[in-house]
Design a protein around this ligand. Sequence first.
Ligand SMILES: [Zn+2]
Length: 243
Amino acid sequence: MLEIIETLLVLQDRDRTIVQGRAEIDGLEIERVSVNERSASAEAAQASAEQAGKELEVKKNALEVDAAGEQTKIITYSKQQLETKDNTQYRAFVKQIEDCKKNISNFETDELMVLEEMDAQTETLKQTRADLDAANHDKATALSEIDERETNLQKQIGETEILRAETAAQIDEDTLARYDRLLKKGRANIVVDVEHGACGGCHMKLPTSDVANLKSSQEVNYCPNCSCIIYYTRDMNLESAGA
Ligand SMILES: [Zn+2]
């Protein structure tokens, strides 16, 4: 294999390491978002459980105020009942007092139901608090792990960039410029072999004369279709698949 091809393959290897490292760092950002989302949604569940608890408390207090109001009415009606000499009026007060007692009984039934809901709500609140604590605990651990992975990746990328520059310095300007153009386009396969007479990058069949040249060529060759660098090695099958 030509020395320049060997150097280009090393360069390509370093660039793949750098590209992959950067992609992994992007992935870490997505992981951070999802770790934070879990905590945020546990926090929202906790807040809504607290709010539901407060609303039940308000409901319970309102029912107690209503019942006390009916109790006050009973006292007033009882007094008026004792004072009246009129039978019809007397019976009317009896009826009003009965109505008030019925209302009190209804308010008390409602309050019992609210109290049951409050018990259930207390359990829900305990659960949401436990979930939030767990999410926050895991969040701290996960975020510090992600930070550590990022630091390691940055270090690896930095080291590879230095090695990459050393390798690039061994390649002539023209070849390096053509290589870098393809790299900038985001191509992962830039220096490729030839299999069955086709380019390993775009898999298009190469002209027969190009394939024949490749074996003895002492310079860098490019695929006429996708412009990537094509090379020959002894164990490569240069014959086209159909031939
Ligand atoms: Zn090609």
